[in-house]
Every structure is written in C-alpha cells, then in structure tokens.
Design a protein around this ligand. Structure first.
Ligand SMILES: O=C(O)CCC(=O)C(=O)O
Ligand SMILES: [Fe+2]
Length: 288
C-alpha cells in the first residue's frame, strides 16, 4: 500500500496483515486535514504506531478525542483499574506506580463484556524493558480472521451471539484470563451478548468478534461438548501468528488501535525491569 502525506504527517502502511506508522510531530499544530488523515488511517490500517515521541497525558487525551469521547465505566460493571482510574490509566508492574500489570495477556478485545465495549484506545510507553526482556504487544486483524474462517466454523456461528466472563468481576483479577476454574466462569457470566460476526460501524466491513472473554455461544445450551469444541476451534483460529502485527516497544512509542476489528495480546516480561504504559480509552457503541 502506498504512503499518504499531508504537510505535517505521513502514513506508512506495514508490510503485514495490519498496521501503519504515522510520522510527524503530534505536538505541532496539526490541521484538520492532518487529523482527518490520521483518523482515516486508523479505519484503513486498524493499528497506528507513532515511534519514539515523548507525549504528555494531555497530548494522549487530545489524540484520543479525535476518535470519540472518552470511555467511562458504567456503574456496577468493574473494569481494569475501576477504583483508581482517572482520565488516563497507568498500567505498571510496580504497584506504587499504577494499576498492576505484570503477566502475559492472552488475545482479547478490550471490555468485550461491557454493553458498549471500547471503540479504541491510545497506549503510550513511558518506561519499557529492553526489547530482549519481553513485553511485546501484538494486534491481530479480525477482518482477515473472518475472511479465513473455514466455512463450517462460519456456519456454526453465523447469526449467533457470544457471552462470557468479565475478568475484573472477581476471581481472575490479577491472575489473567486463563479461566482457572469452571466454577469461577459459571459464577461471573455477565448478562451481555454480542454478535460473533460484527459489522464495523464506520467501515461497514465484517469481522470476527471473538476473544478469550467468550465462553458461551448462543444456541449451544444443550450441546456443551459441541460448544467447547467450537470455542477451541475459534480460539486456535484467531490466535494464528500470521494474523498479528508484533510491536517491540521503545520508550515513548504510542499505539492507537481500533478495538472493534482487532484482538491484542501481550507477552510476559522480565520483572527485573520497570514497565509503565499510559492508556486512554475511547467509548464505543453497541456491537451489531
Ligand atoms: O500493556 C500492554 O502492552 C497492553 C495492555 C492491554 O491489553 C491494554 O492496554 O488493553
Ligand atoms: Fe487490552
């Protein structure tokens, strides 16, 4: 794909399943056309990377505001850092610095268990381990995951919705989304159902809306063995390497992602090093 440029910024698509780099200073006065070019680039490329530009929390909030209002958790549904959360969520492996975040994170799309999951997010690396110490974050192209879904799997989920767990609601907090006990999962299935094939509200493209949070599929209530087999097949399908862009962080990198048509996951990392990332979340609409 070719490069797009304005006076102040340029968009450089990656040679891979998704993603593009945005070059140019985010602190200079960007024109409406520059900003539109970035907003449009996210629709096209799903993940945008701005390399090694230190940014204040105010700048991160400004960038996020181009895409929509900030996400605010509704009462009664816990999310990451609900209690401590200000405008910008600080994730750190040092408790005194922010919301604890030290383990590997399996593939997920943020807050899929909410009535209105995130539209997207902006993540900025304040402090990251050396690249050899782990902590890469990977984003996958869920349009492509749907395009490549074998016909029998597509037939099994077409027109159906999924539901699952909110890991911040109880036992899994801090332990990851590993689904440690069936009892825990049974206890915290919330009342949300979202289509497994969703239509992006801005691009009109369909994607596979499936992540580790989904533990039940509509219509399989009387067929738990079949349901589990289907869930396992979908988990394997969406977690294939060729669907991912892998980001090896440098300090001051910023990533903007479209949370409606991507999953992401994070490698574990050597806890000898500090890792602190600042995140702004953009409100989304009910998936359809
Ligand atoms: O720490 C990271 O690299 C990603 C964490 C994450 O999943 C998120 O911010 O939604
Ligand atoms: Fe996430």
């Amino acid at each position: 794909m070719s490069t797009t440029t304005t006076d102040r910024i340029s968009i450089h698509p990656f040679d891979g399943p998704l993603g593009a780099e945005v070059r140019g200073s985010m602190s200079s006065n960007l024109s409406g056309v520059d900003t539109f070019t970035i907003v449009e680039a996210l629709r096209l490329h799903q993940v945008l990377v701005i390399k090694e530009q230190p940014m204040s929390d105010e700048t991160l909030l400004e960038i996020a505001s181009w895409f929509g209002p900030q996400f605010v958790a509704p009462d009664g549904i816990p999310v990451l850092g609900t209690d401590e959360q200000g405008a910008v969520t600080v994730l750190s492996n040092r408790d005194e610095k922010g919301v604890g975040s030290r383990i590997a994170l399996p593939f997920h799309t943020d807050f899929q268990f909410m009535p209105h999951p995130l539209k997207g997010a902006v993540l900025h690396a304040v402090d990251v381990p050396p690249q050899s110490a782990g902590g890469d974050t990977l984003w996958s192209n869920m349009y492509q995951a749907l395009e490549e879904l074998p016909a029998d799997l597509r037939a099994a989920i077409e027109g159906r919705r999924g539901t699952g767990i909110n890991p911040y609601a109880g036992g899994l907090q801090g332990a990851g989304f590993t689904g440690e006990t069936q009892k825990y999962i049974d206890d915290v299935i919330p009342d949300f159902w979202h289509p497994l094939v969703r239509t992006h509200p801005e691009t009109g493209r369909q994607s596979l809306y499936f992540s580790m949070f989904i533990h039940h599929i509509e219509g399989y209530e009387d067929r738990p063995d079949e349901e589990l087999e289907l869930l396992q097949a979908l988990r394997a399908h969406v977690d294939q390497d060729h669907l991912y862009y892998r980001h090896k962080w440098s300090a001051a990198d910023t990533i903007i992602w479209d949370n409606m048509c991507t999953n992401h996951k994070r490698d574990d990392f050597d806890q000898a090093f500090d890792r602190e990332v600042h995140r702004v979340q953009i409100a989304g609409t009910k998936p359809f």
